[in-house]
Design a protein around this ligand. Structure first.
Ligand SMILES: Nc1ncnc2c1ncn2[C@@H]1O[C@H](COP(=O)(O)OP(=O)(O)OP(=O)(O)O)[C@@H](O)[C@H]1O
Ligand SMILES: [Mg+2]
Length: 255
């Protein structure tokens, strides 16, 4: 469903990604981890076709997208829902307008029909319908993040969901709710999912497969036991702060 083949890319002459390759089959999920500035968000931008690679190939649903024109890219983007790292909602629009944005702009649905679908979607993501007239500012960070997911879901019938730091800055309760929602989407709707996160412990709840990016290169691609037992120095360095938590999880029977 998603594949990068030997992708090299830089915003300037300085390469940000270097010979990056990975494959994510239909309906599977991956967590992309790595230090700040390692190139994680850049990978998502290349998948969305927001920038062109310097060399290599990007495949979305078996289609190579690096040579597509803007119209082709728009068509491919409709297969993808994206929850951005920040600024996910239009501040001056209500929750209803945010979530129904795409339907209002691009469908023949009447306002009543859009409102009905927005209400259903709010219910689906576990929010009170009464927030439909609230502004984003009036909601907690966790609620805003869920509204952003709702908007992505109503914009497209995504085969792919991309989340950039979906739980960063959220309290534990909101984090749990957002993680549950993401899990429900991946499981029930068979959506291929990429989650970029610094939060390794949250990552464990999202997927059992991980990609570690280190200075624009893939330092690791595999499952949790392989990650835990890896002797790759870049993996050891990344996992260092999480060793105690990993041990505690294993003692509780998590594998
Ligand atoms: N629009 C841009 N123009 C020029 N350089 C950029 C641009 N966006 C990102 N970069 C650079 O590319 C590198 C990778 O950035 P990227 O946003 O992909 O990192 P990241 O892994 O997502 O980091 P973080 O965890 O902090 O979000 C950084 O050195 C960054 O400064
Ligand atoms: Mg980022």
């Amino acid at each position: 469903m998603i594949e990068l083949r030997n992708v090299t890319f830089g915003y300037t002459d300085e390469p940000v990604l270097n010979d990056v390759s990975f494959i994510i089959p239909e309906g599977e999920s991956r967590v992309i981890m790595g230090q700040s500035g390692s190139g994680k968000s850049t990978i998502l931008k290349l998948l969305l076709g927001l920038y062109r690679v310097d060399s290599g190939e990007v495949l979305i649903d078996n289609e190579e997208i690096t040579h597509l024109k803007e119209s082709g890219l728009r068509r491919v983007r409709r297969k993808m829902g994206m929850v951005f790292q920040e600024g996910a909602l239009f501040d001056s629009q209500t929750v209803g307008e945010n979530v129904g944005f795409y339907l209002i702009e691009h469908s023949d649905n009447s306002i009543e029909q859009v409102e009905q679908r927005v209400r259903e979607m709010l219910g689906y993501i576990g929010l009170e319908e009464s927030i439909i007239d609230s502004l984003p500012d009036e909601l907690s960070g966790g609620m805003q993040r869920r509204v952003a997911i709702a908007r992505a879901l109503l914009s497209t019938a995504p085969k792919i969901m991309l989340y950039d730091e979906p739980t960063t800055g959220l309290d534990p309760e909101s984090t749990t709710k957002v993680l549950e929602l993401m899990d429900k989407l991946t499981q029930k709707r068979n959506i291929a999912t990429i989650v970029v996160t610094h939060q390794f412990l949250d990552a464990l709840e999202i997927s059992d497969k991980f990609i570690l990016i280190d200075q624009g290169r893939v330092a690791f691609d595999g499952n949790l036991p392989e990650l835990r037992d890896s002797t790759e120095p870049r993996v050891l360095k990344f996992l260092e702060p999480f060793r105690e938590s990993l041990k505690a999880l294993e003692e509780k029977g998590f594998s």
